[in-house]
Each structure stands twice: as C-alpha cells, then as structure tokens.
Write a protein that binds this ligand. Structure first.
Ligand SMILES: Cc1cc2nc3c(=O)[nH]c(=O)nc-3n(C[C@H](O)[C@H](O)[C@H](O)COP(=O)(O)OP(=O)(O)OC[C@H]3O[C@@H](n4cnc5c(N)ncnc54)[C@H](O)[C@@H]3O)c2cc1C
Length: 217
C-alpha cells in the first residue's frame, strides 16, 4: 500500500500565453470585423476588456480548450464528473489490475494530513490515523485475496476504499475553467476538492496570468 499526495499537471501541448491570446483575439475580431486592428500587443488589451465587461463576452473564451490531469481520490473524482460542459478520461478500476501492480495507491486526504501534523500533540489523533491506515491496508488485502481466488478486478474493486488514487483528465474550454474554479475553489466545496482545484487554478494562473491572474484565493 502506498499513500500519495494529490497533484495536477498539464496534459499534451500547452499553448504559451502569447499564442493563446493571439488565437482568441483572432476569433473575437471576427465578431467586429476588426482583424485589421491586430498588432503585436493588441490581444492582451482586447481580451482583458472582454473579460472585465459587466457581462463578459464569454463565448470568446469557449474557443480554446486546456487539459489537466488530476491525481486525486475516487471520492473527489465523483464530484468532478458532475460538470457537463467538460470532457473526461479516467483510470479504470475494471481494466487496471492492482494485484498485477503489486500494490494499491491511496490518496492522503486533507483531514488525515492535519491529524498527522498534530499527532504528537494530541495522541488521540495518532490513533485515528492508525484506524484510517488499517482500513486502507485491510481493503488492499481483501482485494488481493479476492483476485487470488479468481475474482475479476471489476468485481474485487468494490472492496477498495474511496481514498483509492485515481487519475482523471479534465478537458474544458476556458469559460468552463473559470466556472469550475468559481464553484470548486469556493469554501463551500469539499476541502479535498478545493485543494485539488486550487492547484489547477495556480497552474493556469502561472501559465496564463492575463486571463487567470485576477482570480483570488
Ligand atoms: C458546494 C457544492 C455542493 C454540492 N452538493 C450537491 C448535492 O448535494 N447533490 C448533488 O446532486 N449535487 C451537488 N453538487 C453538484 C452541483 O449540483 C452541480 O451538478 C455541479 O456543481 C456542476 O455544476 P454546474 O451545473 O454549474 O456546472 P456544469 O455542469 O459544468 O455546467 C456549466 C454551466 O452550463 C450550464 N448548463 C449545463 N447543463 C445545463 C442544463 N442541462 N440546463 C441549463 N444550463 C445548463 C449552466 O449554466 C452551468 O452552470 C454540489 C456542488 C457544489 C459546488
């Protein structure tokens, strides 16, 4: 059994900020037939104004897609796939045989991370961490035993806990990324969701500061 931390990374070709802005500008200027106004630095000004309007010209930001891979727990991935204006690919618990891999990976949830941090102060926290870790070990053991008895991965998977690691690619246009960050980085969302989505937001902020730099949090 291995316990890993959540992480995120871009997938595939990641346009530079310059090329992304230029392509969006080209699309936007079709609306106004103002392609003749394109200069070396006109994209940033135009797109900032379209984004900051009282009612942003959202459809312009639907013209480019970005893919991010999330390494998260299965319980959080269930929430991701509720977003309908996005495309997904996810590690299969039917086709991946953890017995063949020799171990099952689990995600360290934030509440456990916090208990581990304070375990030396409050002994009871150490006890809770042990109970949690034992549950992971037991679920892995049950899975392996079922596999040895010939049970298929797609059936044995039911014994694994929701903290099972999964990999999920979330592909969305920029408008949908804004919407997703708005909903999922908010404190009303589950802390593990806020954590994973904030990592993605920071990635986008670093790559595309003109568009995502203004997001708070
Ligand atoms: C804090 C929190 C708590 C939640 N709790 C629950 C819960 O208890 N139970 C539960 O079932 N779900 C829950 N959800 C999930 C939530 O109901 C949404 O399914 C999920 O957040 C996707 O949001 P969305 O519909 O805005 O986004 P998307 O599906 O990504 O859609 C993006 C936008 O497209 C538009 N759109 C998409 N589909 C349609 C449509 N069919 N008709 C009209 N417009 C559409 C809407 O403007 C929508 O905001 C929760 C979500 C959050 C963030």
């Amino acid at each position: 059994m291995v316990v890993v931390k959540p992480r995120v990374e871009f997938v595939g070709t990641v346009p530079s900020e310059d090329s992304l802005l230029k392509e969006l500008e080209l699309c936007a200027r079709v609306c106004y037939k103002s392609e003749d106004k394109i200069t070396q630095d006109s994209a940033k000004k135009l797109l900032t104004s379209l984004l900051n309007k009282k009612k942003p010209h959202w459809s312009v930001f639907e013209m480019m897609d970005i893919k991010i891979r999330f390494i998260i727990s299965r319980h959080i991935s269930h929430e991701f796939v509720r977003h309908r204006i996005a495309s997904f690919l996810q590690e299969s618990t039917r086709y991946v045989d953890y017995k063949k891999k020799g171990e099952v990976e689990f995600i360290e949830p934030l509440w456990i991370k916090e208990l581990i941090r304070t375990a030396s102060v409050e002994n009871v926290n150490g006890l809770i961490v042990d109970i949690w870790a034992k549950n992971l070990r037991d679920s892995e053991k049950t899975y392996f035993t079922l596999r040895e008895q010939g049970v298929k991965p797609e059936d044995a998977r039911g014994s694994l806990t929701h903290d099972l690691k999964t990999e999920l690619i979330y592909k969305a246009n920029l408008r949908q990324w804004f919407h997703t960050f708005d909903m999922r980085c908010d404190k009303a969302a589950h802390p593990d969701m806020v954590y994973a989505m904030s990592l993605a937001r920071d990635l986008m902020r670093a790559q595309y500061p003109t568009l995502f730099g203004g997001l708070h949090g």
